[in-house]
Design a protein around this ligand. Sequence first.
Ligand SMILES: NC(=O)C1=CN([C@@H]2O[C@H](COP(=O)(O)OP(=O)(O)OC[C@H]3O[C@@H](n4cnc5c(N)ncnc54)[C@H](O)[C@@H]3O)[C@@H](O)[C@H]2O)[C@@H](O)CC1
Ligand SMILES: [K+]
Length: 466
Amino acid sequence: MRAAEQEAIAAGTPGFTLMRRAAAAVAREAAAMAPHGARVAVLCGPGNNGGDGFVAAALLREAGYAVSVHLLGEAGRLKGDAAEAARLWAGPVEGPALPPAALLVDALFGIGLNRAPEGAAAAAIAAMNAHGAPILAVDVPSGLDADTGTAPGVAVQAARTVTFHTAKPGHLLLPGRDLCGALVVADIGLPETPGRLFRNATALWGPHWPRPRGHSHKYTRGACLVWSGPSLATGAARLSAMTALRAGAGIVTLAGDHAALTEHAAHVTAPLLRVAEMPAELLADPRLTACLIGPGAGVNPATLARVEQLLACDRALVLDADALTVLAGRPEALRRPHPTVLTPHEGEFRTLFGPLPGPKHERALAAARASGSVVILKGADTVIAAPDGRAAINDNAPPWLATAGSGDVLAGLVAGLLAQGMPAFEAACAAVFLHGAASTEAGPHLTAEDLPAALWPVLKRLYEAP
Ligand SMILES: NC(=O)C1=CN([C@@H]2O[C@H](COP(=O)(O)OP(=O)(O)OC[C@H]3O[C@@H](n4cnc5c(N)ncnc54)[C@H](O)[C@@H]3O)[C@@H](O)[C@H]2O)[C@@H](O)CC1
Ligand SMILES: [K+]
């Protein structure tokens, strides 16, 4: 963000012009939240976030709102664009005590927060939260660290947050995402700067989406092997296999012992069933393009031996659940010259990689580098990280996706896309995004078994997009 701002200023757009554009977006959102003419209290801080507040206050007053401006600190100490912004505000500048109002605008701290709010700053944040009126946060809810999604102390609980140019990690990672309320990203005319950190969206992976051609047959669409858990632990692999088919893999094979396959045979029709003791028995088939092991596998030496055999093969590979746990503390064992995607939740992640420092996207990136693999670090704010330094934060998963078996569906989705030749990072991002979209499609009270069906309309819509 700072780089984009510098580039715009160097190219001739004054910083104050950017501030005016930002403030116009704030005023627009405020007008959408408060009835015309209502009382709006704007709380400004000592930096440019406060500057946005002053300009927005002036715009709102022009538009007919009854605006009061409250400053934390002294007006005489404002500098640069913030001082110029304060001069635009012709009305009185009051202290931080808040009057009754229909809307509060939080312009205390933005991306310049550099420590936990204390004293008067902490009191001002607490007073906003206790006020009762909805809060519109300017750029970031004050007290939230935009880089990490964490709050070092007290933070504003906003109803809506309007940020500029692009969402920052703190808007997408929890608990930051919850503190923001509804997130609005306003364009302020900054140039696109090349970045390595993304908000997960169709544009990130859409260009790599595998589309079957007229002459495709089932093997050219990719063949996927899903290793099954044993008898009475087969449901997870079945969810994965059905999802891999739905993702577009031309053919999906469930493999495992005879008792396990007998259970599968009672449930599924489209997947092939192959009795095998070890994956190597099936890897001779050159048509096989991707493998998945882990769901229901069991934490035991047999699983470890199968995982090691699959790691040694030249197919794309997804390791989930128990297949990750059997490699506890050995991320280097995952290095291989073929696409590999890991799908740990926080517990499996810690078991495999140990305790890593930093915000979620940085931990996922460190793990991706250590393992040479694409890492999907799951949670309500899933992060996808690649060994080449790219990372994406996903924010489209509704809370009802937290249900037994949803991870098996995700693993199958990744495997199905890898089987079709999609590159690993893009396949992982697509799978996480579509998983979230499918659970939104299915709605509250979904079960994991609903997801492959709910994916169908979501996937069909992908083909309708221009
Ligand atoms: N970067 C950009 O391209 C643009 C930035 N704009 C605004 O400018 C903001 C960034 O401005 P600044 O860099 O001036 O930073 P902020 O205004 O976010 O905060 C910096 C000020 O707050 C003080 N401060 C930080 N943490 C504190 C704490 N815990 N307790 C007490 N004081 C604390 C600092 O000493 C400094 O005076 C953005 O969030 C955005 O609202 C917009 O005007 C549009 C363009
Ligand atoms: K703010």
